[in-house]
Design a protein around this ligand. Structure first.
Ligand SMILES: Cc1ncc(COP(=O)(O)O)c(C=O)c1O
Length: 446
């Protein structure tokens, strides 16, 4: 463990305490300090409001990770929080059902173009597992093709039982499927994003056995023209259920998700994160002929009907529509990209801010693959010291505004200059005050 920077002493003390009691230290890999500039970046938050949070050492940050994508309206959104408070005063869950369950289902069917029926869950990975169960139940088949990250459950990690590199480009290299039943080997297979021919060959090899194709339809770049249409055609030809995992993409590019933007309708869609602005909630929505199979399957849990998640999701979706948040994020992201690219040109740093405007990311321009994590860590380190928390990628939320843009661009100007000078002088290592980032989620769908 590196000597912590004085600004995060308490954060790092807490992390040491956590490591004694909590295997792995955190509940989510993306909250591990080794994902950031460990020893310089904040690890423990004390409170958050709007676009910002305060850490346990009293530092204030603009949060460019937006609660790992769960915060879309901003922290403590007054309308969502008031609705939740009102719901709290009536009790959060009961022995019987609540009408909110139906109201949210109706709202989701109005909002997500392919939705006709709805089931609930509390988080994205769990909702993906439900979608896979329904697809297997509906088709009577076992095999699954996947592209992207879909949570921690056995059905997904089983991919690495057949070949240890199967999850490399979808999750990250080196995942050992420890604890996953070996009997699940050869039930789940990855496919490369954008390569329709390879997916066609995979279908040919497993003809008549494939229950579902589950994929992140996009993350930060547009799909190649005709690609998602091609995936849909192959799935239909082979009688497989097409599932779009919109846990991270949902509600951002359009209120109805990527499917509304590209006009390709999956059979099922998985939603979580931004659906409820930070309150635990997830949903599986889909076409009636697939979803109705769930009625005869055992898919059941106490907290899926909790009214806080239902109320938060209903209010969040209505607010996203009323405030045209997808339109706002597009404008804001375009502006962020334009201003960061101007700073890159001004400071001479070989970095570009690209990707979809609703999910911009920085790309260091170098052929030296080993250098990229070092440059990224330096960026994270220097931005953290200037009150900007994040990766070289930006999860936008509607509470971010001019003040956040100005502060971030000013911080980037100093950071880019420092890195550009260190890079040309061959002194990047001397600038690093921490170890290079580890556990990077290497996403196929960026
Ligand atoms: C596309 C996608 N699917 C599933 C998940 C898992 O969601 P959760 O962490 O809520 O279980 C994530 C989380 O990052 C995700 O991005």
């Amino acid at each position: 463990m590196p000597t912590p920077h004085p600004r995060v002493q308490r954060s790092m003390q807490l992390y040491q305490r956590a490591l004694e009691l909590i295997p792995g230290g955190t509940q989510l890999l993306s909250r591990r300090p080794t994902r950031y500039a460990c020893g310089v970046s904040p690890v423990y938050a004390e409170r958050a409001k709007g676009a910002r949070f305060w850490d346990v050492d009293g530092n204030e940050y603009i949060d460019w990770v937006s609660g790992i994508g769960a915060i879309i309206l901003g922290y403590c959104d007054p309308v969502v929080d008031e609705a939740v408070r009102e719901q709290l005063s009536r009790g959060t869950m009961y022995s019987i059902n609540h009408e909110l369950e139906i109201e949210l289902a109706e709202e989701l069917c109005r909002t997500i173009p392919s939705a006709e029926m709805v089931r609930y869950a509390k988080c994205g990975g769990e909702a993906c597992a439900i979608a896979i169960r329904i697809a297997r139940g509906a088709t009577g088949r076992d095999k699954i093709f996947f592209c992207g990250y879909h949570g921690w459950h056995d059905w997904y990690l089983a991919a690495n039982l057949s070949a240890e590199a199967n999850l490399n480009s979808h999750l990250f290299p080196g995942i050992e499927p420890i604890g996953v039943p070996k009997a699940l080997a050869d039930t789940v297979f990855p496919f490369a994003y954008g390569d329709l021919a390879a997916l066609g060959e995979l279908f040919d090899r497993h003809r008549g056995e494939v229950a579902a194709v589950i994929m992140e339809p996009l993350r930060s770049e547009l799909p190649p023209p005709g690609y998602l249409e091609g995936v849909q055609r192959l799935a239909r030809e082979h009688g497989a259920v097409l599932i779009f995992d919109e846990v991270s993409s949902g509600f951002r590019i359009r209120l109805g998700g990527v499917q509304e933007f590209v006009g390709v309708m999956p059979d099922m869609t998985v939603l979580a994160k931004a659906i409820s602005n930070g309150y635990p909630m997830a949903a599986v929505v889909g076409k009636r002929d697939v979803m109705e199979h769930a009625a005869r399957m055992f898919i059941s849990s106490t907290y899926w009907s909790d009214t806080i998640g239902l109320r938060a999701a209903l209010t969040t979706i209505r607010e996203l529509r009323a405030r045209d948040v997808p339109g706002e994020l597009e404008w804001f992201g375009t502006e962020l990209q334009r201003r960061l690219n101007a700073v890159a040109a001004e400071t001479g740093l070989a970095v570009r801010c690209g990707g979809l405007s609703v999910h911009p990311h920085l790309h260091f321009v170098t052929d030296d693959a080993a250098l990229k994590p070092k440059l990224a860590t330096l960026y994270v380190q220097e931005m953290a010291k200037r009150g900007c928390h994040g990766y070289p990628a930006f999860y936008l939320n509607a509470a971010q505004g001019e003040a956040e843009l100005d502060q971030t661009v000013a911080a980037a100007r100093e950071t880019f200059l420092l890195i550009a000078e260190g890079w040309s002088a061959g002194k990047l290592d001397q600038l690093l005050e921490c170890d290079v980032q580890q556990d990077v989620f290497r996403r196929l769908v960026r």
